[in-house]
Design a protein around this ligand. Structure first.
Ligand code: HEC
Length: 101
């Protein structure tokens, strides 16, 4: 029984780690070229820095790009990026980005 618990706990932990790594991959392949490795770049010289923002704020902004309620003069570019993501990906990316220091 104890063994089973440990195995379950480990499986769970690995699943979480694997998922976090997925969002790093997603960020690196889809966002990094404009926003920088750790959100330290002003994308196309136009965006605010992603670094230092909360997961909540990032999630709201990405969803705002999708529905057109958020953005500046280059929001069309972000809309293209954002509308390809599903809700789980937006949430996962936002959580990953919020770890940038
Ligand atoms: C082609 C370059 C490019 C790519 C790729 C890109 N972005 Fe952006 N991003 C921008 C630009 C430009 C803006 C500013 C747009 C505006 O005028 O609102 C922006 C703005 C943002 C903002 C809002 C920042 C703020 O505080 O106002 C978030 C959040 C964001 N991007 C997340 C992402 C994520 C997540 C990805 C990957 C899925 C991504 N971006 C991919 C160019 C890009």
């Amino acid at each position: 029984m104890k063994k089973l618990l440990i195995i379950t706990a480990l499986t769970f932990a690995f699943a979480i780690i694997a998922q976090a790594a997925d969002y790093k991959n997603l960020y690196d392949s889809k966002c990094k070229r404009c926003h920088g490795e750790t959100g330290e770049k002003k994308a196309l010289n136009a965006s605010a820095l992603l670094q230092g923002q909360s997961a909540d704020a990032i999630e709201k902004k990405i969803k705002g790009y999708v529905d057109g309620s958020y953005g500046g003069s280059k929001k069309g570019i972000m809309k293209l990026q954002a509308k390809r993501l599903d809700d789980a990906q937006i949430k996962g990316l936002a959580e990953y980005i919020s770890t940038f220091k």
